[in-house]
Design a protein around this ligand. Sequence first.
Ligand code: COA
Length: 698
Amino acid sequence: MTNIRYLFEPQSIAVIGASHDTAKIGYKLLENIVVSSYPHKVYPINPRGGEILGLRVFKSIQEIDDPIDLACIVIPAKLVFGAVKSCAEKGVKIALIITSGFSEVGNVQEEKNIATYAREHGLRILGPNIFGIYSAAASLNATFGTRDVRQGNVAIITQSGALGASMIGKTAVENIGISAMVSVGNKADIDESDLLEYLITQDMTKIVFMYVEGVRDGERLVKVLNEATKKKPVVVIKSGRSEKGAVAVASHTGSLAGTDEVFDAIMKQSGVLRADSIQDAFDWCKFLSNNPLPHGEHTVIITNGGGVGVMTADACEKYRVKLYDDVPALTEIFSDVIPDFGSTKNPIDLTGQATTSEFDGALNAALNSDNIDAVITLMSEVAVFDPENLPGLIENHYQQYKSQGKPILFSCFGGDKVESCIKTYSTEGFPVFGDAYEAVSCLGGMYSYYNYLINRSDEIEVADIQVEAIEGIARRVIENKRNFLLAHEAHGIMKAADIPIPQSRAAHNLDEAVKYSEEIGYPVAMKVVSKDIIHKSDAGGVALDLENGDEVMDAYQAIMQHCRTYNPNAKIEGVDISEMAQPGTELIIGARRDKVFGPIVMFGLGGIYVEVMKDISFRAFPLNRNEVMNMIKEVRSYPLLLGVRGEKKKDINGIADTIIKLGTIIQKCKTISDIEINPLVSYEQGKGVKALDVRIIL
Ligand code: COA
């Protein structure tokens, strides 16, 4: 981590490939460094020597006597390894490789060799395939992008160089102040986690925006994000949401994008705000970095138009902004400042006859009320409201609200004067919008972060499971050269994790089948046991609801006959006799080791809910019980667990326990890669759950 500081605050820089040709990237980059008023030494390096931009050009890095913190490499790909070696010999701290032509075009090995060599020689690499770094902390623009950077408090990390380079210009147009802008490119060494770790500690940076295409070490990223979001908001755009997008991303960066649902869930879990578009991301960054976090969730809408008020209330529902609805309290706050024919129900309607003084009155009343935490002001241009007064109104109230730690947003609608006011003030960083949805989306982003901070906890819950016993079962399966578990083995693991399963016994012949059925008690279920038959139902290897000895005998013979027809070579060990579980609500619960994010858990309601509606939720494991409950509540079919149509509430605690147990198995038993219980039947609250079918893959 300590090394990363040299990237943002280098005390000396070398540019390897500084060009004499003013059209080349090696010239532009050097020119940007010089023009950005970087206060320390800059050393151009080029075997041709001479002078560029008034600086002496060194023929090699070894010619320089002073130590070098950062070397920017801008020479063709085939020459880069040599330059990296010379940097390592010189004791350079970080090499920033602008050059393209590595893993993004299939030249994977060369990139690996460079990264390995650098790591072994204590040199860190940023890139290759990047546009460089802008760091306000060092007055440094070591990019070949535009020079017009506005200094401020938003740090941007981007995997796409071209997007990043153009964002420098775009953020300037939008008046978004930048504390740092770093392009990570192919991430041969330094990745977004390394950069975030540094940015968390940097006072200048108030918010971090990341554009991500693919994640490699997701487990580490989650840890760093959890630390980062404790201190400052993080906004992420991850491209590759759609299937086509994902394919484009995979070929674009040479790194694989994880499945989008998993990424999305994990970002939410880490308190990250995920934006769909650059515009949303910019709006949120601007709003969150310039405005105070609210003290509570009571928002009021103050409007001079009923229609826009209702539309904005709809937007609040969409973006989960809670409208304050204590009518007596609202009446007390506003009745003196609104006309008799207005409304003190939220939206507070000042009516079309409101002038600046009515707005002043209502906004002051809201500001002075401890019950109100945020205000959305809607102004529609009508004859009695002179848009000339708009700027004064916005400036006055914005400053007062800000000084009291209350967010206020303005959405204005009207003709030329209104439009030009919106443009001027939004560019100046005031929370002024044309469309109320944009305003509410920003406040929604802020509340999402606010709620995360209030509810977050470092506590985690893992279950007390018999790890030795589980690993013993898995070991024996591997010795049998299988990577999947048979029913009795999976049941063994359920027992070792204390997950309830129906009573069952393995019968090796017809007599045992009848005897065990009687011992367990009718009705029973019978399933074939054979390592050669995985899809038991397809093979006709399952019989349910067997009521007596005769039915058990018939079912046994039928199963044997069907399975022999299905696969004549199958080695059949017998049948599994189990108690017929009582019907309940069927769920699906899973845990697996994601190749990007490590252990993750999954929850959904079974049957059509998961298969047709894909109504499932994910989380990275470990997590705390609160988060497990959020995960359960997040699925659309959650109300079914609360009991509908006279049914009683289901055993939600038992479900949460099972999720934690499966997560713990995956986390602690490294040989197991996938567990799925489908169905897990949940009974009424207090009556527990039962795992009816368990699939475990090693
Ligand atoms: N050390 C230092 N300088 C060297 C050198 C070495 N070992 N070998 C060559 N040079 C000099 C060259 O003489 C040249 O200087 P000159 O113009 O004064 O003669 C300069 O370095 C550049 O070399 P050149 O061969 O002209 O390369 P180039 O400028 O055409 O291309 C890159 C170099 C890095 C720009 C190019 O290979 C590239 O990767 N372009 C894409 C960059 C990109 O898009 N990155 C991702 C952004 S998102």
